[in-house]
Design a protein around this ligand. Structure first.
Ligand SMILES: [Zn+2]
Length: 441
């Protein structure tokens, strides 16, 4: 006897079949009354409920969401630090002082596996509460912080990218590895976790100033050995950081060129921030397929600058951009809150980010920046069934506001401006309900 793992969800659905920045509304699919059939963790059927319901067997569990809801692909956070969950909202400093005064203190606690276990669990549960089902995550320099993270991600069956931070200078002694040790430990972790279940490994030099040339070189060599892994790091976040990086590698032509020099850019290389990248550096990102993670709440919080997404993705040389929380310099787990800030930053740069562009960035755009768009990012037959259900009336104020919206585009724009984790009614991971908002909040 075969046991069926099917279930079905019915309700309004938004998904993307392309990029609304280039295709406009053609890229968006909205079905007012959709049926999504999930089998063995994948979407098996997606379409109009009236058409599909007649062929749905009676023994398949059916969950119905009212027209006060919208189902969409789970959110994708392209750059975040789980060990910084305990320092969100640390007052008063910009990047380099903030690292020394808060981050490097907190990260030392991750030598203790039980601490790492606890924070990884809190972090992933908060992701689920916010509707985020995939993230590219920095652990600490300690290999046990990576084990803790992937163990917790595996328990929840989430598609996660993560890696051990590489640092062999300019940080407290307790957080330093060496070029060789960083290479060896990363290699062991790759063999243990990369491609096991839904876990994927990212070789993670924190940023050029905390690695010697030798360490960056070995990171590049490791990527050549394991090209299906990711590279994640930071670039051009803060002006002081940009000039420091340049002074440490005087032989290179600018910040991005340091990574380029050591073979650390290309497809599946994801760099946080990129606020101060020059036109020629953006051109190099475009040519090489290097992606940038836009972290608007973090950039505002640390006073780093206003990332110009419309310039970065411009048609003549589009650079892949995903959206990211960058906790703990970022201030919210909520992708809706992150979109709110992304909208404001765009406004200050003279462009208005539309609701459809924004939700694309939070789903398929992010998946695409992470080279995962054939597995996740849209609600499409064959893809992995990661899905979030938004409640469009999650607070009294939003409920009132919703009485005056004219269409789904406006309704979704209201969500990204006024909504937060309370707007997430349910989160499904590989077809399984992993979070459901309780009726009391
Ligand atoms: Zn970061």
């Amino acid at each position: 006897m075969t046991i069926s793992h099917r279930c079905a969800l019915r309700g309004p659905l938004l998904t993307f079949k392309g990029d609304p920045f280039t295709m406009g509304d053609e890229a968006c699919v909205f079905i007012n009354d959709a049926l999504v059939v999930i089998n063995d963790g994948h979407f098996e059927q997606v379409g109009d409920a009236q058409t599909l319901l007649s062929s749905l067997s009676d023994d398949v569990p059916l969950i119905e969401y009212s027209d006060q809801h919208v189902m969409m692909a789970g959110f994708v956070d392209c750059h975040v630090h789980y060990p910084q969950t305990q320092i969100i909202g640390a007052f008063g400093e910009q990047l380099l002082d903030w690292l020394n005064q808060y981050t490097f203190i907190a990260e030392q606690q991750f030598a203790d596996k039980s601490h790492a276990d606890r924070v990884a669990g809190v972090f992933l549960d908060e992701c689920l509460r916010a509707g985020t089902t995939t993230a590219a995550v920095y652990c600490t320099v300690h290999p046990q912080s990576v084990d803790a993270f992937f163990e917790a991600a595996s328990l929840r069956n989430m598609r996660m990218i993560a890696g051990k931070v590489l640092m062999d200078r300019h940080a407290p002694e307790a957080l330093l590895d060496t070029a060789i040790r960083g290479y060896d430990e990363s290699k062991t972790l790759i063999n243990k976790w990369h491609g096991h279940g839904r876990n994927l490994y990212a070789i993670t030099p924190r940023f050029a100033p905390t690695s010697t040339a030798e360490q960056l070189e070995m990171a590049g060599a490791l990527w050549q050995e394991y090209p299906s892994c990711y590279i994640q790091s930071h670039v051009s976040e803060n002006k002081e950081e940009v000039s420091w990086a340049g002074s440490l590698f005087p032989q290179c032509h600018g910040y991005l060129d340091i990574y380029d020099h050591f073979g650390l850019i290309g497809q599946r290389a994801v760099y946080g921030h990129g606020i101060w990248l020059t036109e020629s550096e953006l051109q190099r990102c475009h040519e090489s397929g290097t992606a940038i993670a836009h972290c608007p709440t973090s950039n505002g919080f640390l006073g780093s600058g206003l990332f110009d997404i419309f310039n970065t993705i411009k048609r003549e040389r589009p650079v892949a951009v995903g959206l990211a929380t960058d906790l703990g310099a970022g201030t919210s787990f909520s992708m809706l809150q992150t979109l709110n800030e992304a909208y404001k930053v765009s406004q200050l740069n003279g462009h208005s980010l539309s609701a459809m562009q924004a939700f694309y960035l939070a789903t398929l755009g992010g998946a695409s920046a992470l080279d995962l768009d054939s597995q996740i990012g849209s609600v499409e037959v064959g893809k992995e069934a990661d899905l979030v259900v938004l409640d469009l009336c999650s607070t009294e104020a939003i409920n009132f506001r919703m009485q005056y919206v004219k269409d789904i585009t406006e309704a979704l724009f209201v969500q990204m401006i006024m909504g937060d984790d309370r707007a997430v009614a349910a989160t499904y991971v590989a077809g399984k309900l992993q979070y459901q908002r309780s009726v009391n909040n």
